[in-house]
Design a protein around this ligand. Structure first.
Ligand SMILES: Nc1ncnc2c1ncn2[C@@H]1O[C@H](COP(=O)(O)OP(=O)(O)OP(=O)(O)O)[C@@H](O)[C@H]1O
Ligand SMILES: [Mg+2]
Length: 310
């Protein structure tokens, strides 16, 4: 299976939201990472055939998707970022309804629903009205509906939003197993959702995808640039304006900060092993609209801060 976007542009009125997206996907998991408003959902909706691009084409196995008729949609499973449910529907009713829309015969649908409900962990809630589900359960129901037609291409927009850590790991395992002979495209803000399972990661900002790379390639970009050290609480503000702080952990009267910087930021700083989250923060803080190579990684300027322990 091959899915290929060729020079996709999308405008909403005079606003250019996608600016020449070209990507090639083959079987495996692809992560789509980027800040709010980058254009991830717009790209995903084009792939899911909900939106038409202003310019450019989508090809499936070399054929323009617009010439495939219903066959293209039959190959797609799509989890939208936001879902609406009929107030009277139970989880079971909802899945039966989606199965009917997808043209799955009733008996086959029942078997499939039971299997999927079990794998996403909603079996005991299937008879409850889904408007009353928690956010995480609605997400799991959404993942089940996307898998109903056993799609060749699975497109998931923020699939793990609202899932607790245990469910997130379970989800990752389901997706990893599912992707063996299929394409999975997954958009997320949570770097750890994709760093262990994605064969390539696309980082998107302002409607542009920087060259897709593997997680290891991104990490290599910031090798020898990640440091940890302790500072007095009052100094934190200084570092916020001079470095990318990827983590802060309170340690007694001081703060242990984790910083991404090409130069040693502090005499006491010790090198730390870089991870994809460091790379994500570094890239999105300093390299808007630029292709990044080690050469043009500039000196730090303004930081983003995430407080908490790893
Ligand atoms: N139907 C629409 N009409 C007008 N503007 C839109 C429409 N859909 C999206 N946009 C705009 O396009 C830009 C990209 O939106 P999009 O939802 O694709 O971003 P995103 O990367 O998915 O963001 P998030 O991480 O918040 O989900 C935003 O500025 C948004 O306001
Ligand atoms: Mg979105």
């Amino acid at each position: 299976m091959q899915l290929h976007m060729e020079n996709i542009y999308k405008n909403f009125r005079d606003k250019e939201v996608l600016k020449g997206i070209s990507v090639r996907m083959e079987n495996g998991v692809y992560g789509l990472l980027g800040p709010n408003g980058a254009g991830k959902t717009t790209m995903i909706r084009i792939l899911a055939d909900i939106l038409q691009p202003s310019m450019g084409q989508v090809f499936i196995n070399g054929q323009d998707k617009n010439t495939c008729g219903d066959e293209y949609r039959a190959k797609i499973g799509y989890l939208p970022q936001e879902m609406n449910f009929y107030p009277d529907f139970s989880g079971w009713d909802y899945l039966r309804y989606i199965a009917a829309l997808k043209g799955i015969p009733a008996e086959a649908a029942k078997v499939r629903i039971v299997t999927l409900a079990n794998s996403v962990g909603i079996t005991k809630d299937l008879r409850r009205r889904c408007v009353h589900y928690s956010g995480g359960m609605k997400r799991r129901l959404g993942i089940a509906q996307a898998l109903l037609n056993d799609p060749q291409i699975l497109i998931l927009d923020e699939p793990t939003a609202g899932l607790d850590p245990q469910e997130r790991i379970k989800f990752r395992n389901i997706i990893s197993a599912f992707s063996k002979d299929r394409i999975v495209l997954l958009s997320t803000h949570i770097v750890s959702d994709v760093d262990s399972i994605a064969k390539e990661i696309m980082m998107m900002e302002y409607g542009v995808i920087k060259k897709p790379r593997t997680g290891e390639e991104y990490i290599r970009l910031i090798e020898n640039r990640v440091w940890t050290f302790q500072i007095p609480v009052d100094d934190l503000i200084v570092y916020q304006h001079n470095a990318v702080i990827s983590n802060v952990v309170p340690k007694g009267n001081t703060m242990e900060v984790r910083v991404v910087d090409e130069r040693k930021p502090n005499d006491d700083a010790v090198p730390a092993a870089p991870n994809l989250e460091d790379a994500y923060l570094y890239i999105f803080n300093y390299l808007p609209n630029k292709e990044f190579t080690v050469k043009n990684l500039p000196r730090s300027r303004i930081s983003r801060i995430s407080i908490g322990s790893r």
